[in-house]
Design a protein around this ligand. Structure first.
Ligand code: SAM
Length: 283
């Protein structure tokens, strides 16, 4: 045993970079049917969940990601009642969605039940709304669920998935977006985490193309920081069955009845403003 500090490091080869946090100990280590999950206690970031060697979330800064995956889309729909979250097993996005009084049902379709059980144990603060009567849980493949779901039955689809590897590959395809389009009602909005604008323009470009090819009339990317993900800068891409312009319920967002730690009406507008390089890089 040395007295050297212990670090968890995710190397991101494609970007020639790595991000490390100082850890106290590994609390859990498990190979599930789908992936390798580890939980660490860190020095300064609270508990950390890692899947297949990649940061999923830390207790300290997950609020940015979870708020930006949910509130922008919900405040752009005139009446978001039915919401489905694909992935999102840590329940943080579900907690944010259920803050909206207009939501009558929010279903989380997560392929790996172990992610949710470990979140309940190690991130109880993310699971505080799991017993809300409007919350539903289904453990299975989101791609298969979307194929079978009733047409027009959802107002918002949130794809809170891992990177496009393993079981998440099919979540980044035109075929899946077509099924999302079919499941969404008239005013429907799809929002999906879309990786780093610095490192993954190829993925973002392909998402824009495939969402449009699947029938969505408007596709926009929103930007936000996420310190533990590669490059520290992240994005989500939103697709509307009709134009997303002018749909922000800004007065409702400014007067929201619940607390957030990152999202507010001004951040909403700023996050949807494309940076100059992005306008050039978008094919
Ligand atoms: N915030 C994270 C990020 O961007 O790195 C994502 C966190 S969330 C824990 C991602 C979840 O997507 C994982 O729990 C994984 O099991 C789930 N997932 C991956 N593919 C899936 C699929 N086809 N259907 C449903 N859930 C899926």
């Amino acid at each position: 045993m040395t007295d050297q500090p212990l670090w968890f490091t995710e190397e991101f080869d494609a970007g020639g970079s790595a991000f490390s946090v100082k850890i106290r100990e590994r609390l859990h280590n498990e190979q599930t049917e789908y992936q390798h999950i580890e939980i660490y206690a860190t020095e300064k970031f609270g508990n950390l969940m890692v899947i297949d060697g990649c940061y999923m979330l830390t207790a300290r800064e997950n609020f940015i990601y979870h708020e930006m995956m949910s509130h922008p889309a919900l405040f752009m729909h005139p009446s978001p009642e039915n919401v489905v979250i694909i992935g999102g097993g840590d329940c943080g996005t579900l907690r944010e969605v259920l803050k909206h009084g207009r939501v009558t049902h929010a279903l989380q379709v997560e392929i790996d039940e172990r992610v949710t059980r470990l979140a309940e144990e190690f991130f109880p603060e993310l699971c505080v709304s799991n017993h809300d009567p409007r919350a539903g849980f289904l453990f299975g493949d989101g791609i298969a669920w979307m194929k079978e779901a009733a047409p027009g039955s959802e107002d918002i689809v949130i794809v809170d998935s891992t990177d496009p590897v393993g079981p998440a590959v099919g979540l980044f395809t035109e075929a899946f977006y077509r099924d999302c389009h079919n499941v969404l009602g008239e005013h429907g909005i799809l929002v999906q985490q879309s990786e780093s604008p610095i490192y993954n323009m190829d993925i973002i470009n392909s998402m824009h193309k495939e969402m449009r090819a699947a029938g969505f009339a408007d596709v926009q990317t929103l930007f936000f920081p996420q310190p533990c993900y590669p490059s520290g800068w992240w994005s989500a891409t939103m697709a509307g069955k009709y134009s997303l312009e002018g749909r922000f319920r800004a007065a409702d967002a400014a007067d929201k009845s619940f607390a957030t730690r990152y999202y507010n009406a001004a951040i909403h507008t700023a996050a949807l403003t494309p940076p100059e390089f992005f306008k050039q890089a978008l094919e």
